[in-house]
Design a protein around this ligand. Structure first.
Ligand code: SAM
Length: 226
């Protein structure tokens, strides 16, 4: 994997939570209006809280990055006593010098958990506690063959289509659609017309929802088998 540590800068967003910015792409990992507020709004509230309770919720995340969505999902699993299996994909894993400076652990009183999410090995399923099992895969998401009819929820949180053109393609959404159970949801911050059309072409029903501060809309897509 290409090393990107020297291309990253740490910032503090408006809600006090940290985030990162890729200097080479001039692209942030989260909204500058609030990284934690944004992740909670899109992935936890519009996504996870809309999945019915079951013996295990299977989540696929495209773009592990800072681990913020994973940490918030782990917090949910512990508070709600809802077992979660979390498969996260990351093309450019971040070095420890960067992840150790993120403040999500101290904000959520989950410092040990955030450190564990980053320090556990890649490519090995790890059970952190009775409610949360995680597998981290260090690869480009478009290159993976996903298990069929398995995921209840997808967090599509990679960089925008202008930076990751191979990812936001119909062939990739087709694979992800097949990896999802009937009625499963996909949530993303990206509401571009092209993305909506591609998701529809792959078979998703899409819904626009109000965005977090600084963003008008977000997208939620549902797999409804014909
Ligand atoms: C917008 S950031 C958000 C990451 C993360 N969810 C977070 O809260 O920090 C996008 C992440 O997707 C990763 N990424 C970009 N393209 C990818 C791809 N094709 N496959 C997997 N990960 C990708 C980036 O390296 C980056 O870590």
């Amino acid at each position: 994997m290409e090393k990107i540590g020297n291309q990253i800068e740490i910032i503090i967003t408006e809600d006090g939570s940290s985030s990162l910015r890729r200097k080479d792409l001039k692209e942030g990992y989260h909204s500058t209006f609030g990284a934690m507020a944004e992740s909670n709004h899109i992935f936890i509230n519009a996504g996870l809280r809309n999945i019915e309770r079951k013996p295990q919720i299977n989540i696929l995340e495209i773009g592990f990055g800072t681990g913020l969505n994973a940490l918030l999902s782990l917090e949910f699993a512990l508070k709600e006593k809802q077992p979660i299996f979390y498969h996260t994909i990351e093309k450019h894993p971040l070095p420890n010098e960067i992840t150790s400076k993120l403040n999500y652990g101290s904000l959520l009183y989950m410092e040990k958990e955030l450190e564990t999410l980053h320090s556990i090995p890649w490519e090995e399923k790890t059970k952190l506690n009775p409610y949360f099992e995680i597998l981290k895969t260090a690869k480009a998401a478009e290159e993976i063959s996903y298990k069929k009819d398995f995921f209840d929820l997808v967090y599509f949180d990679a960089f925008a289509p202008e930076f990751e053109d191979k990812l936001w393609q119909k062939e990739v959404f087709d694979k992800i659609f097949q990896s999802m159970k009937n009625n499963a949801l996909l949530v993303t911050y990206c509401c571009k017309g092209e993305v909506k059309r591609t998701l529809k072409a792959s078979g998703f029903e899409i819904e626009k929802l109000p965005g977090p501060k600084g963003k008008r809309e977000i997208l939620r897509a549902r797999k409804r088998s014909k």
